[in-house]
Every structure is written in structure tokens, then in C-alpha cells.
Design a protein around this ligand. Structure first.
Ligand SMILES: Cc1ncc(COP(=O)(O)O)c(C=O)c1O
Length: 391
């Protein structure tokens, strides 16, 4: 059967393929250590769950305003100002079904067919496919592993052309954990403004920073606001991946375009989730710090253990909850040619699931999520060490 061309331009997320292979092995009773999932292993905080329950009990179960309830939009812009020093009015905010939906709607609202969208490598899989879906050209821009995979304004300046419509930055980054230097981020934003290009900043992991570094948003450069579009998500910060709430902060015209699209597609984000999100943003914040402290411990542990494996190199992830080790020392051994072979063999031989770097645009790496228990990390890293030593 012939499907629409726009659907054949995209493929199922490669991160899902690992998950499915690991599930199959588990179904056979095999003890798989899974470093695949990009979601917190913590439950949603209790006060947030209670707010959701209350919403149901109080019959807050009907349609809401398409772009989200006013209280939630107010909570989003006020928290963004408190955390980062940005300045947004509620007319510059729309609530979506998660960060992914926010990104999709941004592309749909501002990127035209044939436009170029610059996406630094390594990148989160979804950026390229959304660009393809809207019939734009994803232009992948290599960053250097020796610089910790950080984009710089100089690097970007060499890639901008009159066809460039948008630049996508995701800091802290999935998969590498790279965090842009704040000043450099400002230089990138200024360059985008000077060249009349939108800068889309995906802030999904904005609160996951280590070594005492403070959360930062490029929207704190308020004089550059005309060209900055923020895609936010509460999924990871509050362990709320299943509730599906994200948001966009941008000029009112862009927000109006997105609301128009939502009015004919999803309508409002789930009413119950909106109430839960309101509690997450305005209620006690202790759980965020508790989760972050646990991720920080795991990050240290994972880095030490990875770097102890002969041949493995790993750039220091400054944020998010992923490590992105270079495993190319294994190439040419045990029939392994690339990151896909490496991941397949690791799963087959020692039952450890990782995501091949090929999914993120680099072939010498694999992504390991440390959003799992210390016990699982210990077990999986031991197995990985033995696997590498036995090649
Ligand atoms: C970089 C990045 N952006 C956005 C998202 C979207 O998350 P959600 O749709 O759950 O808000 C993810 C999820 O994995 C992500 O890794």
C-alpha cells in the first residue's frame, strides 16, 4: 500500500528498537540490564499525584482552553522567570502534550518546505525526523568530541546560509550530556538574531546539571527574545513522563500559530495532567533536588567504571542522565564493525542493552542511561567490562 510521502520520509525512533530487543529477551526469562530508557526511574512525587487525583474527584475532566489553562501558563512563565531571569507574558506560552509535541508544533509553525534546519551532532533522534516530516532539510553539524561535543558560535557561523531557518540546540544534551557554556550560548543566540534565524532551545534537561552548576536558559538574554524559541518539558524534572505536559515560550505570533494547529489536531493537553503540572511547578520542589543528588552519585560511578574499561573513553557529561562512551576500540574485534554491531553483540552475549550512537549521528559511541538503580549499574558495567576484555 502506498502511504503519504511525508510518512515515508521518517522512521520509527531507533531508540525504540533497543527497547524492543531487550523486552524480547526478558520475555524469555533472561536477566537483561537495560541502559536504554531515557526516563527517570523515580515515581512521580506524591503531591503531584494527589493533584491529579483531586482533579478527577473535582470533575476537572472536560475540555480546557486549547493552549492550556491560564493558571498553568502563568505558573510556567513565572517559574521560568524565577529560575532563569527570562521575561515572558502568558500570551507567549502554550501548553502541549509533552516536549516532543512542543517541538513538533514549533517546526510546523515556523519551518517551511525546503528550509534548512541546523542540528548539531550528536543529536536527539527526533529533531531530524520532524525536520523531514515538514519537508525541511536537516543539516547535521559535527561537534568535536575533544571539546566535549559543545557547539560554538564560530562553528555555527560557518554553517549558516540564506536557506537556514532554524538552529536546534539541546543543552544539556541527549545523548552526550554536553552543556554549553552560558556565554557561548549567548553568542550563538546573538549570531542567530543577527542572521535572522530562529534559535530553538530544547530545555528538556535544563534542571539536570552537576558539579554545582546552576540551571540556565538562553531566554535570560531577553534582548534576543525575538529569535529565541523555548521548548520545555516537565517530563524529566518531575518524573512525569507519562503525564505528557510540555510547553513553548516564544513570540505571541508563533504561539498563536501553534494554538491554531492544536485547535485542529490535539485540542487541549489532558485536563488532569494540567492540574498535576500546576502542582509540580508551584508546589514543594524538594523531590527535584533529591532525584538530582541520586543522579549525581550514579554519574560519578558510571564515569569511573567506564573509564576503567581498557579502550573505552568517555567525555564528561555535564548534565542530563546519559553517558556517551567512545567504544570504537572494539571495532575490528569479535566481528564488530560499528556501534550497531557493538550494541547487538553486547545484548546477545552479556544481556546489556545500550543505544547505538548511529541513532544520534555518531558511530563510535553508545548511549547509556543512568536513570536506573546503582545495583543495575554495577551489574551492567561489570558485564560490559568483561565483554570488552573478552573480545
Ligand atoms: C532532548 C529531548 N527533548 C525532548 C524530549 C521530550 O520529552 P517529553 O515529550 O516526554 O516531554 C526528550 C525525551 O526523551 C528528549 O530527550
Amino acid at each position: 500500500m502506498k502511504l503519504a510521502t511525508r510518512i515515508s520520509r521518517i522512521s520509527v525512533s531507533k531508540t525504540m528498537a533497543v527497547m524492543e530487543a531487550a523486552i524480547k529477551l526478558r520475555e524469555q526469562g533472561i536477566d537483561v540490564v537495560d541502559f536504554g530508557p531515557g526516563e527517570p526511574d523515580f515515581p512521580t512525587p506524591d503531591n503531584v499525584k494527589q493533584a491529579g487525583i483531586r482533579a478527577i474527584q473535582e470533575n476537572f475532566t472536560k475540555y480546557t482552553a486549547i493552549g492550556g489553562i491560564k493558571e498553568l501558563k502563568k505558573a510556567i512563565v513565572e517559574k521560568h522567570t524565577r529560575d532563569f531571569g527570562s521575561k515572558y507574558d502568558i500570551s507567549e506560552c502554550v501548553v502541549n502534550f509533552g516536549g516532543k509535541h512542543a517541538l513538533f508544533n514549533i517546526f510546523a509553525a515556523v519551518v517551511d518546505e525546503g528550509d534548512d534546519v541546523i542540528i548539531p551532532t550528536p543529536y536527539w533522534v527526533t529533531f531530524g525526523d520532524i525536520a523531514r516530516y515538514v519537508n525541511a532539510n536537516p543539516i547535521f553539524l559535527n561537534t568535536n568530541e575533544s571539546d566535549g561535543f559543545r557547539l560554538t558560535a564560530d562553528l555555527l557561523a560557518r554553517s549558516l546560509t540564506p536557506r537556514t531557518r532554524m538552529v536546534v540546540v539541546n543543552s544539556p544534551n541527549n545523548p552526550s550530556g554536553a552543556v554549553l557554556d552560558n556565554e557561548e550560548f549567548g553568542r550563538i543566540a546573538k549570531l542567530c538574531r543577527d542572521r535572522d534565524v530562529f534559535l530553538l532551545s530544547d530545555e528538556c534537561y535544563s534542571h539536570f546539571l552537576y558539579d554545582g552548576r546552576k540551571p540556565f536558559s538562553v531566554a535570560s538574554f531577553t534582548d534576543l527574545k525575538s529569535h529565541i524559541i523555548i521548548a520545555g518539558s516537565i517530563s524529566k524534572t518531575y518524573a512525569m513522563t507519562g503525564w505528557r505536559i510540555g510547553y513553548v515560550l516564544a513570540l505571541p505570533e508563533i504561539i498563536a500559530g501553534i494554538v491554531k494547529l492544536q485547535s485542529h489536531s490535539t485540542s487541549n493537553p489532558t485536563s488532569i495532567s494540567q492540574k498535576a503540572a500546576l502542582e509540580a511547578l508551584t508546589g514543594p520542589q524538594e523531590s527535584v533536588g533529591i532525584m538530582l543528588a541520586e543522579y549525581a552519585k550514579r554519574r560519578k560511578f558510571v564515569l569511573e567504571r567506564l573509564r576503567a574499561i581498557p579502550g573505552v573513553k568517555c567525555a564528561e557529561p555535564g548534565g542530563a542522565f546519559y553517558a556517551y562512551p567512545n567504544i570504537s576500540a572494539a571495532f575490528g574485534r569479535g566481528g564488530i564493525k560499528d556501534s550497531v554491531d557493538f550494541s547487538a553483540k553486547l545484548l546477545e552475549k552479556v544481556h546489556v542493552a545500550v543505544t547505538p550512537g548511529e541513532a544520534f549521528g555518531t558511530n563510535d559511541h553508545v548511549r547509556m542511561s543512568y536513570a536506573t538503580s546503582m545495583e543495575q549499574l554495577d551489574k551492567g558495567l561489570k558485564r560490559m567490562h568483561e565483554f570488552m576484555a573478552g573480545l
